[in-house]
Design a protein around this ligand. Structure first.
Ligand code: DP6
Length: 322
């Protein structure tokens, strides 16, 4: 075992969404999903062996329950019976609906694998990260990833270099806490929305078309597919009992503005997740105009611009112990 290990990972943004779980093991997706790593957003996680499990994120103590299954899995795989101290930090606002759980559990899984020298395969790492948070199964890779319905691990689809011109403008409109977490939200959609089965049935087709559009580097085709995916996903939230709404007025104002930009010929295709933030896919030459337009509509918006990427990195601590 090493004395410590640090790993970095980027959040995974779904272009075609995972929303709803199959029965059985934790966090198996009911819908095949397609995602990208957000290169400039990073979570850095350092793990050291200790007497008592403890986790901090950006200096704040975290409840242990979500981490214990992952710790236990690594204890079993490695034969190490002790505990872990985990220090994690994000270079972007945590809990703002930009999938910090994906980068967080991916970085933690990779750091534990390095600390304990367990030398797990990509599939094992993806599968273990998934037990922490489904979207983390994709974040262990970076680039373009696919995760098929019912599968225990995600897979690499294409390297980031496949589409170097692609950019994401993440518009952070509110850093407040979400009304419902994504885990509870997808469960409520599944249990109570009459549209849930329609969403699951339609997702397979969106996934196939989304993969083909990415393969062809066609934003013109990908954009409408992305919108159909997130809007169908939100339809299951609007029609749940009770319904829940992540959008705020600024989100809706931006959706309308992006529609106008597209009518004027600017490729600006949005997606949204379990929060009010709007993520806009475009190509490099249009980033400036899109940022200016967003700022003119929501002057307080915080904008993060990133290409696709986010390959994780792992730093072993000095020397082995025990
Ligand atoms: C809307 O991966 O956070 O971002 O598996 O319960 O931890 P759990 O859910 P999580 O859900 C992500 C939902 C989403 C869409 C996506 O990233 O595919």
């Amino acid at each position: 075992m090493k004395a410590q290990a640090t790993a970095e990972a980027s959040p995974s943004l779904a272009l075609v969404k995972y929303w709803g779980k199959s029965d059985g093991p934790p966090n198996l997706p009911a819908t095949s999903n397609l995602a990208i790593g957000l290169d400039t957003l990073r979570t850095s996680t350092t793990v050291v062996p200790s007497q008592r499990d403890a986790v901090t994120l950006d200096g704040a103590d975290q409840p242990l329950a979500p981490f214990v299954p992952l710790f236990d899995a690594f204890r079993k795989l490695s034969g190490y019976n002790g505990s872990f101290t985990v220090q994690s930090s994000n270079n972007f606002p945590t809990a703002a609906g930009i999938a910090s759980s994906s980068s967080g559990f991916a970085a933690l899984t990779l750091a534990l694998n390095a600390l304990l020298e367990t030398k797990l395969s990509d599939e094992q790492l993806s599968s273990l990260a998934r037990t922490g948070s489904g979207s983390a199964s994709r974040a262990v890779y970076g680039g373009f990833t696919r995760w098929e319905a019912g599968e225990p691990w995600a897979q690499r689809f294409l390297p980031a270099a496949h589409w170097p011109q692609l950019r994401v403008v993440v518009a952070i409109l509110s850093a407040g806490k979400k009304p419902v977490g994504s885990r509870a939200g997808m469960e409520r959609s599944k249990r109570t929305s009459p549209l849930y089965s329609a969403w699951v049935n339609h997702a397979a087709e969106l996934f196939e078309r989304g993969c083909a559009a990415v393969q062809a580097r066609s934003l013109e085709h990908l954009g409408p597919i992305m919108r159909e995916s997130y809007l169908t996903m939100f339809a299951t939230m609007f029609t749940a009992r009770p319904p829940f709404l992540y959008w705020i007025p600024e989100s809706v104002a931006l959706l309308r503005t992006l529609e106008e930009l597209r009518s004027a010929g600017v490729p600006a295709w949005e997606t949204m997740d379990a929060g009010p933030q709007v993520k806009v896919l475009t190509t490099a030459p249009h980033v400036e105009q899109i940022c200016q337009t967003i700022t003119s509509v929501v002057p307080d918006a915080q904008l993060i611009i990133t290409p696709v990427g986010g390959a994780p990195s792992v730093l072993d601590g000095a020397g082995s112990v025990g």
